[in-house]
Design a protein around this ligand. Structure first.
Ligand code: ADP
Length: 358
C-alpha cells in the first residue's frame, strides 16, 4: 500500500490540526485526536482546544498574519505545555479550502526542568541567606555593642563558627550533588567491598552515636559479596544513611545495619547486595516518605537545621544509587522508626572484561 500523507502525519508524535476559514477543524492527525476530544473534526477549534492563546494564534493567521506562535498550557487534569505554531497554508495548496495549520510541539518536560532549576536556585539562595544574615548581624554586634564584652564575644564567635560550618556543609553537599549528576550516566566499574565500607563508616560515626546513647549493631558485613561501584560514592551513601539514623533515631536505642545478598535486582536482573539501615526513632509521616529524596525536602525544617542537616543527603543518595543502577526503598512507621535500604548489583568479574562465565 503506498504511504499516504495521512499515514505519515499519523506517525508523528506532535499534534497537527488543519482549520478552514471559519476556524473549523477539518483534519487532525492521530496525536491530536489522542490529546483532544475525538469528535473535534467538523467543529470549531474552541470546542476541542479551549485555550485563549491557541484560539488567538489561529485567529491572527486567519486574519492575515503568515504565522503566529503561542506557548500554551492545557488546563487540568492534562496540564501539558505546548509550543503552538499557527501557519497559513499557501493559497494554491487549498486541497480542502483550508486556511491554517496548527503544529503543536510538547514542551512539558522542558518547562518542568526550567521550573525545577528556578526552584533550585531560589532554595539555595534561601538556605545561604539565613546563615549569612546571622553572620552579618553578629559582626555588627561585635563591632558595636559587644565591642568590649569578652564573654559575649566568645559566645557570638561560637555561633558564627556554627553558621559558617552550616554554609560550608551546604556548599560541600551542593558540589557533591552536582558531581554525581555529571557522572550519572557513566556506570561505575570498581569492585567494592561493601561490608568493609559499612564497618569503617559505622566505626567512624560510633562516637557521634554514643553521644546519644545509640548503639550501632552490624550484621552480614563479613559475608557480603563485593558490589559493582564507586567506593567514594558508596561511602557517602552509607555515611548519609547512618548519619540520618543517628540524627533522627532518638536516644538510648539501637541502629541496626544489615548487609545481605539479594537474588535478583529488578534493574539489572542479576544478583545484588542490600544494605539496610534501621533506626527506632521518630519515623516519617506516610504521606511524606516519597518526597524525602527531593532536594531540600525536610519533614521538619527547623529540626533538620538544628541537627546540622542540609536537606540534600537523601537526594545525593538517590542520584548515587541511580548511577549504580541500584534501588533505594524507605519504610517507616511514624513514632516507631524507619528503615532505609539500598540494593546494589554484585560485582561479577566476567562482566568487567567482556568474557562469559565458565
Ligand atoms: P537532612 O540534611 O535534613 O537530614 P536528608 O536529605 O538527609 O536531609 O533527609 C531529608 C529529610 O528526611 C530529613 O530532614 C528528615 O526529615 C527525613 N529523614 C531522613 N532520614 C530519616 C530517619 N532515619 N528518620 C526520620 N526522618 C528521616
Amino acid at each position: 500500500m503506498p504511504m499516504t500523507s495521512k499515514t505519515i502525519l499519523d506517525s508523528l508524535p506532535d499534534p497537527i490540526i488543519v482549520l478552514d476559514e471559519d476556524r473549523r477543524v477539518i483534519e487532525a492527525n492521530k496525536a491530536a485526536l489522542d490529546l483532544m476530544p475525538s469528535d473535534m473534526i467538523g467543529h470549531n477549534l474552541a470546542h476541542s482546544l479551549r485555550h485563549p492563546g491557541a484560539l488567538k494564534a489561529a485567529d491572527m493567521v486567519l486574519q492575515g498574519e503568515p504565522e503566529y506562535l503561542a506557548e500554551i498550557e492545557l488546563p487540568p487534569p492534562l496540564r501539558r505545555s505546548f509550543s503552538l505554531h499557527a501557519v497559513r497554508l499557501s493559497e494554491k495548496n487549498h486541497e480542502y479550502g483550508s486556511r491554517v495549520v496548527l503544529l503543536m510541539h510538547e514542551t512539558t518536560a522542558a518547562k518542568r526542568a526550567e521550573q525545577m532549576r528556578a526552584d533550585f536556585v531560589a532554595n539555595v539562595s534561601h538556605e545561604l541567606r539565613s546563615p549569612l544574615s546571622a553572620l552579618v548581624g553578629f559582626i555588627e554586634t561585635l563591632q558595636g555593642p559587644a565591642k568590649e564584652d569578652k564573654e559575649a564575644q566568645q559566645h557570638f564567635l561560637e555561633i558564627m563558627a556554627k553558621e559558617a560550618g552550616r554554609m560550608t556543609r551546604l556548599i560541600e553537599d551542593l558540589l557533591s550533588l552536582s558531581g554525581v549528576e555529571i557522572n550519572e550516566h557513566v556506570r561505575p566499574r570498581g569492585r567494592v567491598d561493601i561490608g568493609r565500607i559499612v564497618k569503617s563508616v559505622t566505626e567512624s560515626l560510633s562516637v557521634r552515636a554514643a553521644e546519644r546513647n545509640l548503639t550501632i549493631e552490624l550484621a552480614g558485613t563479613e559475608s557480603a559479596p563485593p558490589v559493582l561501584g564507586d567506593p567514594d560514592q558508596l561511602i557517602q551513601v552509607v555515611q548519609n544513611l547512618v548519619d540520618n539514623a543517628i540524627k533522627y533515631g532518638g536516644r538510648d536505642s539501637a541502629i541496626r545495619v544489615r548487609v545481605a545478598p539479594v537474588d535478583r535486582l529488578p534493574q539489572t536482573g542479576g544478583p545484588g547486595v542490600s544494605v539496610a539501615v534501621q533506626d527506632f526513632g521518630e519515623g516519617i509521616p506516610e504521606d511524606q516518605v516519597s518526597r524525602l529524596t527531593e532536594r531540600f525536602y525536610r519533614v521538619d525544617k527547623a529540626r533538620s537545621r538544628s541537627l546540622g542537616g542540609t536537606g540534600l543527603g537523601l537526594a545525593i543518595v538517590k542520584h548515587i544509587i541511580n548511577r549504580h543502577r541500584g534501588s533505594l526503598s524507605i519504610e517507616s512507621d511514624e513514632g516507631k522508626g524507619s528503615t532505609f535500604s539500598v540494593v546494589l548489583p554484585v560485582f561479577r568479574e566476567h562482566e568487567q572484561n567482556g568474557t562469559q562465565p565458565a
